[in-house]
Design a protein around this ligand. Structure first.
Ligand SMILES: [Zn+2]
Length: 281
């Protein structure tokens, strides 16, 4: 999958407008210029959509700058950051990108989703596709949050792609940073997994659907791996910084664990403690 993702990445980078290209090819036709300008307009559309959704869901107005800065938070892994950046720039080769006039007919066929016949888009893949996986993953996330005593929201561009900048308050009205980070981790891991499963289904599995059981196992595995990465990084962080980090990991993850009777946050940095993500029935 790593290979597949990286080839998609290079194949699709060309879609992102490059300011230096615009200056070199000044003699290009109006049509060409319009096509080059399109990704920028799409980026602006997506940014606006994310910020509008966040305002609707959480009643806060954020700037575009805050959205981009949120991608650098520790709750967003480097791999996820790259993916979110590509999503916001509409830089993946999906849907209408295959319908450009210079595409051969057999390539144009790739525009539609083989699972439900609609023209694909990132919106379709993450929020509406009926292929096995998407809905199942959002249910798993909602159930995990409910078990952790946290409110679940319907997935939107704002709270999923902009997950690292959502705001959650406790009853006293102050920010609940653990809930915010828990949401960001689950939302981004879940959305990214939906995308990865879609790529495997379409490219590696030639359209064959996953089973719900496979999807469920993949989701728990992805979360387990993410927790391992967090714990390993904390073990390598010395002193007070490491201890603060362990406390934060404990606050964010403990409500999601099978064993929530752990005494302190020592489990985070103790190799001998095996923890698992709590499974629903
Ligand atoms: Zn579909």
């Amino acid at each position: 999958m790593v290979q597949l993702d990286s080839s998609l990445y290079h194949q699709t980078l060309q879609l992102v407008s490059n300011p230096s290209d615009a200056t070199i090819h000044r003699t290009a036709s109006e049509q060409r210029k319009a096509r080059k300008a399109q990704p920028r307009a799409k980026t602006a559309d997506r940014v606006a959509r994310i910020l509008d959704d966040i305002e609707d869901d959480y009643g806060i107005q954020l700037s575009e700058e805050q959205l981009w800065r949120s991608l650098k938070r520790s709750s967003v892994t480097r791999e996820a950051r790259q993916w979110l950046w590509m999503v916001i720039h509409d830089a993946y080769m999906v849907g209408t990108h295959w319908l450009r006039p210079n595409m051969r007919a057999e390539l144009q066929e790739r525009a539609s989703c083989k699972a439900c016949g609609q023209v694909e888009s990132m919106e379709h893949i993450i929020f509406t596709c009926t292929a096995v996986g998407r809905e199942c993953i959002w249910h798993l996330m909602g159930d995990a949050l409910t078990r952790a005593g946290q409110k679940d929201y319907d997935p939107t561009w704002g709270n999923i792609i902009g997950a690292a900048c959502v705001r959650m308050q406790n009853q006293a009205g102050s920010r609940n940073l653990y809930e915010e980070e828990r949401w960001a981790v689950l939302a981004i891991e879940s959305a990214h997994l939906i995308w990865k499963l879609r790529c495997e289904r379409v490219i590696a599995n030639e359209g064959a659907e996953f089973t719900e059981r496979e999807v469920t196992n993949r989701w728990y595995t992805a979360l387990g791996r993410r927790l391992d990465v967090e714990r390993r990084a904390t073990m390598l962080t010395p002193g007070k910084k490491g201890s603060a980090r362990a406390k934060r990991i404990d606050g964010v993850w403990r409500p999601l664990l099978e064993d929530d009777g752990l005494d302190s946050h020592d489990w985070v940095t103790d190799n001998g403690v095996l923890v698992g993500i709590k499974r629903g029935r």
